[in-house]
Design a protein around this ligand. Structure first.
Ligand code: G6P
Length: 372
């Protein structure tokens, strides 16, 4: 109802705007004085956590993408191999599970049948199970050994936004907790990441201030039939999520690609006028991925693509090749994607609105899919 939307025109815009709060609440009481403690993990036990040899993250839709994104950080911080799998693929391939496998399920609703069946399968086959869930007392957390709740608040719009960022933050906390228990990171390094996390809500507010600019952009593009999204490293899952949002609510053909894959196929899709969003890593990146992505931008620009860039504020290298630049505040490598995803959510929302669509209730989709 209009009252529940609290004056917002849709639940989706309300939920996009609530992202800083979703992050802050998910951190609350868990990241304190430069340390991370997830009391919820006591249900698994410190000894068992020390013995974890492999993490398998399962989820569907946006939840799967939050896993893909968090994998980069969890592996970097814990040196535990992390696999991310679609929950509906997982149990049909006889996955290798041992008591030292931690299966982490991600689900906003906690009721997605495919994910629930993956969790049950994992338990029955001897793995330990942890649920990341946004809904208190839902079925998936009840079927899991332990649960870390995201505190994003109820998410009503079918297309997930604030739950996604809260899931990534919860997975980051999991990574930091494991790093603490296992001693894979120094206390100082953990404290640095905690500080980065605590800065996120304010940085997200800064990105949200660009809503009007992105609305204009979406308005100009209301007739677009296809949009491509490119990203590299942590920008890759952001590209996938940006494309998913556009498919879900604007019914526009959209594909996310790893920027490095461009020359292995996707570049054939580039023709004059095709809009391509590019998530650009920070120019401060020591692995010089920035340079590589800028050269991808030059390649697609030379073929006539309309280049829409999400880049760190002050990144001058992208300016000569971009039709539009959406700046995001300076942030550390693993926080950048949580800022970069916001303009893409807003773009999908506003493009769907420009087409006169119901953004909260897209055709053919359900908020929670409770059948296999
Ligand atoms: C449906 C929704 C998506 C959501 C996915 C997983 O497909 O439309 O927005 O990402 O389910 O939902 P869950 O509740 O398990 O996170």
């Amino acid at each position: 109802s209009a009252a529940e939307k609290g004056g917002w025109s849709s639940f989706m815009v309300k939920e996009i705007t609530e992202q800083p709060e979703a992050v802050a609440k998910t951190l609350l009481g868990r990241a304190v004085d430069g340390e991370v403690h997830l009391q919820e993990l006591e249900a698994i036990g410190a000894d068992a956590l020390k013995d974890v040899e492999r993490i398998v993250i399962v989820g569907a839709g946006t939840a799967n993408y939050s896993g893909l994104l968090a994998k980069y950080a969890i592996e970097a911080w814990t040196r535990i191999p992390v696999e991310v799998e679609l929950s509906h693929e997982f149990r049909y391939r006889d996955p290798i599970l041992t008591p030292n496998t931690l299966v982490v399920s991600i689900s906003q609703s906690g009721e997605t049948m495919d994910t629930l069946m993956a969790v049950k399968y994992a338990s029955e086959n001897g793995a330990r199970t942890l649920s990341i869930c946004n809904t208190q007392g839902a079925t998936i957390p009840r079927e899991s050994d332990a649960v870390v709740y995201t505190h994003a608040g109820p998410e009503v719009a079918v297309a997930s936004t604030k739950a996604f960022v809260a899931q990534v933050v919860a997975l980051y906390l999991l990574g930091l907790h494991l790093a603490t228990v296992r001693g894979s990171m120094s206390a100082a390094a953990i404290a640095d990441v905690v500080e980065d996390l605590q800065q996120l809500p304010e940085q997200m507010e800064t990105v949200l201030k660009q809503h009007e600019t992105i609305t204009q952009l979406a308005g100009w593009m209301a007739d677009t039939r296809s949009v491509l999204f490119l990203g590299r490293h942590v920008g890759f899952p952001v590209a996938l999520e940006g494309a998913l949002k556009l498919k879900e609510i604007a019914y526009i053909h959209a594909e996310g690609f790893a920027a490095g894959e461009l020359k292995h196929g996707p570049i054939a899709l580039i023709e004059p006028g095709v809009p391509v969003f590019v998530v650009v890593p920070s120019p401060r990146d020591p692995d010089s991925l920035h340079k590589k992505v800028v050269s991808n931008i030059q390649e697609i620009r030379a073929r006539g693509a309309r280049v829409l860039v999400i880049a760190e504020q002050g990144d001058a290298a992208v300016l000569p090749y971009a039709d539009v630049v959406i700046p995001v505040p300076l942030a550390s490598k693993f926080m950048e994607p949580l800022l970069a995803v916001i303009p893409l959510q807003i773009f999908a929302l506003e493009l769907a609105s420009a087409k006169g669509l119901d953004v909260d209730q897209p055709r053919n989709l359900a908020k929670s899919v409770t059948v296999e």
